[in-house]
Write a protein that binds this ligand. Structure first.
Ligand SMILES: [Zn+2]
Length: 336
């Protein structure tokens, strides 16, 4: 049943039908969701011929670990999986986005580690946790688009599930990104026309991810502790058994939605996703897209913004960057 949701998402959206290209980047971060995604792709490809998932996968593994020693360990562990999943593997650190992305790394190295100090400085110069987490999410998406373009692959399979997408949906509202709700939470996300994000786990819950990982052996591919969205949240050390996460809109949203879901409103997240996919922008003009988040921009608003090629919510993030040098670096990367 759970696996059926995965196959159904791909089948009903005709993602690999009608002669569409089979090359696909499968994104792996080492969290529980991406561990299951690897496993489901492999199982799909191992099926008998008429049900086989017909794709040509390449794994792009992106780590956000800032401690170089721990990063090295993550890489070493992940290298053990390259024989189980015998496809091309390419390792990046998320800070690769701060430099040129012109060559694919061999799997013996991680691209972008030289930019970790720059990335730390950039994050440190953001005034609030909320904006910092949002900036991390935006940089991650931008990096994935650029890697896909470098590989000349037009599909990237990502591992967001019901909980993470519900959180993203609520956070988007808080940051004034209401018009991109459908793109951010649909199975196919075409904000960037040349590269689609595919979300085959959109209907799968955290508890189902946990169940399959534990019962089918894919928990061995989990390299870091699971939070509902490890890319967004800053996890701080655990004291007295309590995980003191950095406060911000994202943590408040997550706690609020979890409390509803477990406190007598079990359809909360399903309802959010159902509504979100119906919220589409009125402005269909593809010429006015934000350079950073690819949200459709209003041509009238563009003229009054400090950074006119970016949308108002992204301009609001830029305003929170205290260091002029860090802001200049970020804008250079975005305009690239
Ligand atoms: Zn934007």
């Amino acid at each position: 049943m759970i696996k059926h949701k995965f196959a159904y998402s791909l089948g009903t959206n005709r993602i690999y039908k009608d002669g569409k290209s089979k090359e696909t980047i499968v994104m792996y971060t080492g969290d529980a969701n991406s561990a299951l995604l690897l496993s489901l792709v492999k199982q799909g490809m191992d099926q008998d011929s008429h049900r086989r998932l017909q794709i040509v996968p390449m794994i792009v593994s992106i780590f956000d670990e800032l401690d170089e020693g721990k990063l090295h360990l993550l890489h070493q562990k992940a290298l053990n999986f390259t024989e189980i999943f015998p496809w091309p593997w390419h390792f990046f650190h998320v800070s690769a986005i701060l430099g040129p992305i012109s060559t694919l790394p061999e799997n013996s190295s991680i691209s972008g580690t030289e930019n970790i100090p720059l990335y730390k400085n950039l994050l440190a110069s953001v005034a609030s946790n909320s904006a910092r987490n949002e900036l991390k999410r935006l940089l991650f998406d931008l990096l994935l688009w650029r890697i896909a373009k470098l590989c000349q692959v037009d599909k990237v399979m990502v591992s967001e599930n019901v909980e993470s997408l519900s959180n993203i949906s609520f956070n988007a509202l808080c940051f004034g990104r209401g018009s991109s709700l459908s793109d951010l939470t649909s199975v196919i996300d075409k904000r960037e026309p040349e590269v689609a994000f595919i979300r085959p786990m959109r209907e799968i819950y955290d508890k189902e991810v946990h169940f399959l990982n534990e019962n089918e052996g894919s928990s061995q591919y989990i390299l870091k502790s699971t939070s509902q969205n490890p890319i967004i949240f800053d996890d701080k050390p655990v004291y007295n058994g309590i995980n003191h996460r950095a406060t911000g809109i994202q943590t408040l949203t997550s706690d609020f939605l979890s409390s509803l879901q477990t406190g007598g409103f079990p359809a909360t997240m399903t309802t959010i996703l159902s509504v979100s996919q119906k919220v589409v922008p009125l402005n269909k003009d593809q010429d006015h897209k934000c350079l950073f988040c690819r949200i459709r921009n209003s041509p009238e608003k563009e003229k009054i913004l400090a950074e006119p090629k970016c949308c108002l919510p992204c301009n609001n993030i830029f305003k929170e960057i205290k260091s002029d040098d860090d802001l200049a670096l970020l804008l250079k990367i975005i305009r690239n």
